[in-house]
Structure formats: structure tokens, C-alpha cells
Design a protein around this ligand. Structure first.
Ligand code: GDP
Ligand code: IMO
Ligand code: MG
Length: 425
């Protein structure tokens, strides 16, 4: 069997949680391959909303295995809170939730370093979620990290202290941050006891054996391709590979095992935190998108920046990921607009281009094409041909430009608010 992938094609928050949750019942396992508690994936069903950060979005489906792969960084405190949320929701995850021994741990001092690094950057700060992601991945690459497989070892405490001292030494050269380290350490060590109870696996064997036995696996991306550490709007990115290649390194599967790559885009575009965003709207249209789309971060609650969909940006991330089918989410947010715009090219130094540049200059402008809005509710529509003509035209126009079939259209936050068009999974 091959492993299918779902990932975000913009700057995150495309609705990955919703789509993974919906499709999960067609799979035997959902696996996270990168990122950590910077992610906030929202699921809505049976009138309830759940937000997941580290735990895969397949966890609410009975019998399904959920794996946190080696590419993920785990904060035991957030993880414990998520488990508590599942307990409260009556979800039985025992024997269904597994951790890779090779996943890396986020220490309290990683969060402290994250905050101090951001403070030091002043005006050019990234707008990190301050969950310790960057410093944790730095220690992974720097070969200093503690991994899940280390937590039962006798020298774990000693290694923790050594790494903490290293962090404290670095912190002396950074701005001072208010942080109750003793209290955070106490919570961290306490939640480590919960982490110890979760079964650990050699995830590369675990994943490949399941594939060999004919089991169906869905890899769930976090963030979005424009936040990829190599291909995103560097340095305004996260610290992991969010593109399809990250599935290979974050789960231990070879490239020939990649099956369908399902790329998600909103019907417009958002970004949270700093960094370039060529199609950003600074006027009342942007405000309206934020209001209609409830565009506030699922992890930090920050207002998301909003703008029109950007086709050159999407073509770039479709190329990087080898996307085989597209999902368009939040199309209902456009219901109220009389006119919709689609970014078709960038103008940089007077030159028109469809290529994402090395860096987006500050004075970049975007050329747009206009589309008529439908100004109708899409509630209750589950068949494409029943959508208003203008909505069908909008989808067909995106499909034609992007060259990939749009197989799912999401019309609301609920699991059921979805329209399928020949989904191949
Ligand atoms: P993720 O990080 O990609 O999983 O996305 P988030 O959960 O951070 O943000 C997506 C937000 O949009 C959540 O509040 C979802 O409940 C909501 N959402 C998802 N799909 C739709 C949709 O089709 N329409 C509307 N109105 N909301 C949606
Ligand atoms: P999901 O999985 C949207 C953004 C942050 C910041 C930058 C770096 O919910 O789509 P980090 O905490 O990684 O150091 O932040 O990346 N960011 C996200 N934006 N959705 C996310 O995850 C994000 N995870 C990180 O806002 O600009
Ligand atoms: Mg999110």
C-alpha cells in the first residue's frame, strides 16, 4: 500500500483538521509527520468543537490508529492537556495512540528561548506561536535533543539538566523574559509521567509494516507549504519541512510509497504572524473576510491577516508537493461578496511574473482577475451541480488555472458541511 498525504498549500489554517477528520474513516491510521504544538487543528461534529495540537485528527474515529511520527516535536505539557480533553470528551485512545521513539521533546527552556529570540529580533520578529518549536528543532539538528525513547533511561535527568544549563547560558546573551522556570519545570516533569504511559514504537517499522499488511495510512501535515523552512517565505517560516518530502523524513517512508497528495487551500487566503503576503487586504474587504471566516488563530487566538487567493503561490506549492487533488475550504465565507478577486501574477520592479521570487519585496503588487459572487447561502448543498452558477464558475476557474482536480469543497466548519466530487482515496 501507499501512504496518502493531506497538507496545507498556503500559510497554515487551511482546514486540515476538518478534512483529515472527515476522510479518516476511510483509513486504518492517521500519522502526524512534522510540526508540534504550534499547530491548531479544529474539528467540529455533533455540535461540538475540538482543537488538536499534537494529536492526529483521526483520534475521534473509533478503532483508528493515531501515530505521532519522528518528525514531530512534543511538549509533554500540551500533550497531557490534549489527552485530558479527549478524556473529557469520552474518547478512548488507549491502544490506538502511539508515539515514535524518535520524536523530539520540547523543554520549558525551549519556550523561554523562543520568547527571548523573538524579543531580540525586535521589529523583524517572526510572530512565532512561542511554543518552543524553533529552539527544539535547532537542538535536533545540533544533535543535543532528548527524544521520547530516552525518557525511561537512567540518565534522562542528567541529560535534561545538561541541556537546560546550555539553554540558560545562551539566555544570558538574550533579552530577559518573565518566565517562572521552576513552575514550568514542575509541570513538565509531572506531565512526563503521562507521556511515559503512552506506547512508544519504532515508527518507521510500525508504518512500513502496516503498509506491507495492506493497511491504509493518511499522513496529516501541519502548518502550510509557505511556512516550510526551505521553500516558504524564509525567515518568516516554521522550522520543519511542511511539504510532502517531510512525510518521508518524518515517518520513515520511501518516496515511492507516497500515494495521493491532497492539497488544501482556502477559497481566499490568510496568514498569522509576520512576513510577506502579496494578496493581503488592508481595507474593509479584509476585515469582512476576517469577520465572516472567524479568522482568529486556533492556537494563539491572534487575528489572522486576510486576502484574496493567490494563484502563483498555489501553483508553486502544488509543484513542490506533487499535489494530485485539491480541496477548497471556507467557500461559504465568500457568500456575501458581490465581486471576488483572484491574484493571477506579481508585479516586481515593474515586471509581471508568475514565479514566487527568492524574497517578496515590500513594494510587490498583485494583478487580479475579477469573478462574480453568488450572494447566496450554500447551506445544505452537497452536490456540485446544485451550487449557484457563479460558485461553480469560481471553482472551475481555479481548477483550470491550477491544473489539478478539485475533489472536495467545504461549505462550513462541521464535518457534514462538505461537497464531494470524485474523491480518489
Ligand atoms: P487547520 O490548522 O488547517 O486544521 O485549520 P484551523 O482549524 O486552524 O482553521 C480553520 C478554521 O476554519 C477552523 O475554525 C474550522 O472550524 C473552520 N473551517 C474549516 N472548514 C470550514 C469551512 O468550509 N467553512 C467555514 N466557515 N469554516 C471552516
Ligand atoms: P496549523 O497546523 C498558521 C506560523 C506562526 C509564525 C510562524 C513560525 O494550525 O496550520 P512557530 O511557532 O512555528 O515558530 O511560528 O509560523 N505558524 C502557523 N500559522 N497555522 C499553523 O499551524 C502555524 N504554525 C506556525 O504564526 O508566523
Ligand atoms: Mg490551525
Amino acid at each position: 500500500m501507499k501512504i496518502d498525504v493531506i497538507l496545507g498549500l498556503q500559510w497554515g489554517d487551511e482546514g486540515k483538521g476538518k478534512i483529515v477528520d472527515y476522510l479518516a474513516d476511510r483509513y486504518d491510521m492517521v500519522a502526524r509527520f512534522q510540526g508540534g504544538p504550534n499547530a491548531g487543528h479544529t474539528l467540529v461534529f455533533d455540535g461540538r468543537k475540538h482543537v488538536l495540537h499534537t494529536i492526529p485528527s483521526g483520534v475521534f474515529r473509533p478503532d483508528l490508529i493515531n501515530l505521532i511520527g519522528n518528525g514531530v516535536v512534543i511538549d509533554p505539557i500540551t500533550f497531557e492537556k490534549e489527552l485530558k480533553g479527549l478524556d473529557d470528551a469520552g474518547v478512548d485512545y488507549a491502544d490506538r495512540l502511539f508515539l515514535s521513539q524518535k520524536a523530539h521533546l520540547i523543554l520549558p527552556t525551549h519556550r523561554l528561548l523562543d520568547a527571548a529570540n523573538e524579543q531580540a529580533k525586535g521589529k523583524s520578529k517572526i510572530g512565532s506561536t512561542l511554543r518552543g518549536i524553533g529552539p527544539a528543532y535547532m537542538d535536533r539538528t545540533g544533535r543535543n535533543s532528548l527524544r521520547v525513547g530516552d525518557i525511561h533511561k537512567n540518565d534522562f535527568g542528567e541529560r535534561y539538566d545538561r541541556l537546560k544549563q546550555k539553554h540558560l547560558a545562551i539566555l544570558t546573551s538574550l533579552p530577559k523574559i518573565e518566565f517562572d522556570l521552576e513552575e514550568e519545570e514542575r509541570k513538565w516533569l509531572e506531565s512526563m509521567e503521562t507521556l511515559k504511559q503512552v506506547p512508544q514504537v519504532s515508527s518507521e517499522y510500525f508504518v512500513n509494516r502496516h503498509l506491507d499488511f495492506g493497511k491504509r495510512i493518511l499522513a496529516e501535515g501541519a502548518q502550510g507549504s509557505m511556512l516550510d523552512v526551505d521553500f516558504g517565505t524564509y525567515p518568516f517560516v516554521t522550522s520543519s519541512n511542511t511539504v510532502t518530502a517531510g512525510v518521508c523524513t518524518g515517518l520513515g517512508v520511501s518516496p515511492d510509497k507516497i500515494g495521493e497528495v491532497i492539497g488544501i487551500t482556502k477559497a481566499y487566503c490568510t496568514r498569522v504572524g509576520g512576513g510577506p503576503f502579496p494578496s493581503e487586504l488592508f481595507d474593509e474587504m479584509g476585515e469582512l473576510l476576517r469577520k465572516e471566516g472567524h479568522e482568529f488563530g486556533a492556537t494563539t487566538g491572534r487575528p489572522r491577516r486576510c486576502g484574496w487567493i493567490d494563484l502563483p503561490q498555489l501553483k508553486y506549492t502544488i509543484m513542490l508537493n506533487g499535489v494530485t487533488q485539491l480541496v477548497v475550504t471556507k467557500i461559504d465565507v465568500l457568500n456575501i461578496f458581490k465581486e471576488l478577486k483572484v491574484g493571477v501574477s506579481y508585479v516586481i520592479d515593474g515586471e509581471e511574473t508568475e514565479e514566487v521570487p527568492f524574497e517578496f519585496p515590500k513594494d510587490i503588487s498583485m494583478k487580479y482577475e475579477s469573478h462574480g459572487g453568488w450572494e447566496k447561502s450554500l447551506e445544505g448543498i452537497h452536490v456540485f451541480s446544485e451550487m449557484p452558477d457563479a460558485a461553480q464558475d469560481y471553482i472551475r476557474a481555479l481548477e483550470k488555472e491550477l491544473g489539478v482536480p478539485i475533489t472536495m469543497i467545504s461549505t462550513g466548519p462541521d464535518r457534514k458541511e462538505l461537497l464531494l466530487r470524485n474523491v480518489v482515496v
